[in-house]
Design a protein around this ligand. Structure first.
Ligand SMILES: NC(=O)c1ccc[n+]([C@@H]2O[C@H](COP(=O)([O-])OP(=O)(O)OC[C@H]3O[C@@H](n4cnc5c(N)ncnc54)[C@H](O)[C@@H]3O)[C@@H](O)[C@H]2O)c1
Length: 290
C-alpha cells in the first residue's frame, strides 16, 4: 500500500481535532470535517490553543515554526468534497452506529476505492459498523478500528482493531500510519470494549466496590493506585475526567456483552442520577467547586 499522505478526519470535537493535529504534526495534509464551518473552525481554534500549551510544557517536541506548519496543514471544512483524494479517513463523531453509518455511506460515494476508512469508536463493533455501512467487499476489507486515547495529541497508544472482514493489508497500513504519526499500535481482534476499556472498567468497578464496602476512602484508593501501581491518576479522578455518564454507558455496554463481572455499581448510578458527572459538572467522585 502506498504511503499515507493525505488524511480526512470527521468530527472536530475532543478526539477528532487532537487526531487531526497529530497527523498534521507528522507532515500530512489534513481535512477536518464538521457539521458546520463554525464547528470546524472552533475545533481548529481549540487545538491551536492546546498545541501551544503542550509545546510550552515540553510534552510535544516542536518549535513555533513547527506549530505554525502543522496548523497550516490542518484545513477545517464542512463538506466531503475535499475527501476525494485522501488516503485515509479517521472518523471521530458521536458514538451512534446510525450516524456513523450515514457518514460512511457518504464516504463510499466520494473516496477512492483504496482509501482506508477507520473509526475511533470506543464501543461499537467494527464488524457491525462495516456491514451497516458498505456493500462492497473492498470497502469492508479497507475498514478498520483505530481507537485513540484522550488527549490523543499526547497519548501514544492506538488500538488497531481487525473486524471480521478487515484485510491484513489494511491492518498493516493502519499500524504503519500510527507509527508515522508517532503513535504505538497494538493489534486487537474486534470485541466489545477492545483491550484497554475492558481492563479499565474491571479496575474502576473494583475501586467503587472497595469504596462501597467501606474498605478505603475515594482519596486513598486514588492515592493507592498512583503510589502502589504507578498510575498517573487514580481511578476516581480518571472517571471524573472522562465523565461518569459516559462511564456508566460504557459499563452497561460491557455488562450486556460479558455479564455480571461488569455490572455497573449502585453508587455509579447514583452519581449519574445526581448529575455528578465529574470535572465538567463541578462534582463527581471528587468535588471541583472550590
Ligand atoms: N472522549 C474520549 O475520551 C474518547 C476516547 C476514545 C474514543 N472516543 C470516541 O471518539 C468519538 C468522538 O468522541 P468525542 O469525545 O470526540 O466526542 P465530541 O462530542 O467531543 O465530538 C464529536 C464531534 O463530532 C461532530 N459530528 C457529529 N456528527 C458529525 C457529522 N455527521 N459530520 C461531522 N462531524 C460530526 C460533532 O459536532 C462533535 O463536534 C466517539 O465515537 C467516541 O466513542 C472518545
Amino acid at each position: 500500500m502506498a504511503e499515507i499522505k493525505k488524511v480526512g478526519i470527521i468530527g472536530a470535537g475532543m478526539m477528532g481535532a487532537d487526531i487531526a493535529i497529530s497527523c498534521a504534526l507528522a507532515g500530512c495534509e489534513v481535512f477536518m470535517k464538521e457539521i458546520s464551518m463554525d464547528l470546524a473552525q472552533a475545533g481548529h481554534d481549540r487545538i491551536a490553543k492546546d498545541l501551544k500549551k503542550w509545546v510550552s510544557k515540553g510534552r510535544i517536541k516542536t518549535d513555533d515554526a513547527g506549530v505554525e506548519k502543522a496548523l497550516g496543514l490542518l484545513i477545517p471544512t464542512d463538506s466531503f468534497d475535499l475527501f476525494a483524494d485522501v488516503d485515509i479517513v479517521i472518523e471521530a463523531i458521536f458514538e451512534d452506529i446510525n450516524v456513523k453509518a450515514e457518514n460512511y455511506k457518504e464516504l463510499d460515494k466520494v473516496c477512492k476505492p483504496s482509501c482506508i476508512i477507520a473509526s475511533n469508536t470506543s464501543s461499537i463493533s467494527i464488524t457491525k459498523l462495516a456491514s451497516a455501512s458498505f456493500d462492497s467487499i473492498e470497502r469492508k476489507a479497507n475498514f478498520v478500528g483505530m481507537h485513540f486515547f484522550s488527549p490523543a495529541v499526547i497519548m501514544k497508544l492506538v488500538e488497531v482493531i481487525k473486524g471480521e472482514e478487515t484485510s491484513d493489508e489494511t491492518m498493516a497500513a493502519a499500524s504503519a500510519f500510527c507509527k508515522k504519526i508517532s503513535k504505538e499500535p497494538v493489534t486487537v481482534v474486534d470485541c466489545v470494549g477492545f483491550v484497554v476499556n475492558r481492563i479499565l472498567y474491571a479496575l474502576n468497578n473494583e475501586a467503587i466496590r472497595l469504596y462501597e464496602e467501606g474498605v478505603c476512602s475515594i482519596e486513598d484508593i486514588d492515592k493507592a493506585c498512583q503510589l502502589g501501581l504507578g498510575h498517573p491518576v487514580g481511578p476516581f479522578a480518571l472517571m471524573d475526567l472522562t465523565d461518569n455518564a459516559l462511564n456508566l454507558n460504557v459499563g452497561n455496554i460491557l455488562y450486556e456483552a460479558y455479564g455480571d463481572r461488569f455490572l455497573p455499581r449502585p453508587s455509579m448510578k447514583k452519581k449519574v442520577d445526581a448529575g455528578h458527572y465529574g470535572r465538567k459538572s463541578g462534582r463527581g467522585w471528587h468535588d471541583y467547586r472550590k
